[in-house]
Write a protein that binds this ligand. Sequence first.
Ligand code: C2E
Ligand code: MG
Ligand code: MG
Length: 357
Amino acid sequence: MLARLGGDEFVVVVHDVNLEQEVEPLAKTIAHALSQPYKVSGYELHTSPSMGISFYPANGENADTLMRNADAAMYHVKSQGRNNYQFFTSEMNHVAIERLELENSLHSALERNEMFLNYQPQIDIKTGNVVGMEALMRWMHPTRGLVMPDQFIPIAEETGLILPLGEWALRTACQQFRSWQKAGLTHIKLMAVNISVLQLQRGDLPALVASVLSETRMSAENLELEITESAAMKNPQQTIEVLNTLSKMGVRLAIDDFGTGHSSLNYLKLFPIHCLKLDGSFVRGIESDSNDAAICDASITLAHNLGLDVVAEGVETARQYEYLKEHKCGKIQGYFFSKALSPDDAGAFATLHSFAR
Ligand code: C2E
Ligand code: MG
Ligand code: MG
């Protein structure tokens, strides 16, 4: 029996199977079928299914439990990103409960003032000056302590909480930028803020940006919005429209985690963007993997030929830095210079790195 639960969720019920080996071929067939590219209005779209599998009666004696456990297994697949299917195990319940607890407390995190931003300096590779900051969200959980974005952003996106959180981050980052300006840190030219796919899909992003800019009296050209490659490609036509509006307002736009999603070069040309952020996974491999070095090199060249800036993320070592400098990467961000810092520390860091070397 095949049923659609709603949205992009489906359930397959299989009778008379007892062993994982008996279900595995079916899971593989489904994964293979759904992983084929789809042609939609002349564009090739890729999707990747995530499947969780639970057995009656071992994993539940009623439909509710079976479904919940299959769901937990499916989340496991999603969080691991690679395999298409997973069989439920009891540890997954633990993960699911943790997740539910986090989700519950995330609902009230903003009103309880538990969220804050850290800022990671972006350095001009030629001069060594700090020229920008990326605002990165942090959550001080009352009992768990510091929670990092990879643990709560996915939950925030699934629950829609990323909308208020994202708006808060945008406003807070712009206010911070203005305080740095007022404090004389005028060589910080950019404040980069991450925008989630949900914010991009909501028609009101340009209006929100406009109102935050006017509220904080920040000029649009000092704001850079980062959109991940996979978010931008989720609905490229809509992305183009939203980005065009933002670009006309004077806001700068960057493609984040470049190289990790399925990006069509054709879209890259159509998106009114100003900057590519080369994903840290390639930068990390520069010294050890000639393919990674080649990807960095080619991405920098591509960006330059398209008239875009390049920021390399995740630069951790002097050799990565030298390589990127040699290959004319414009800006870098990474632990080699600094991790994300509190507002005060970031301001102090920018003051130190404000002289031409
Ligand atoms: P991102 O936008 O690609 O941010 C870069 C991530 O790499 C940050 O992790 C940063 O701390 C980390 N990083 C920087 N330099 C290095 C390095 O040299 N080595 C290593 N290993 N890592 C480095 P963080 O702060 O944990 O953020 C993770 C992701 O969470 C971000 O990736 C972004 O996608 C998302 N995120 C963070 N804040 C926000 C936000 O306000 N809104 C949205 N929508 N997403 C956010
Ligand atoms: Mg980013
Ligand atoms: Mg990134």
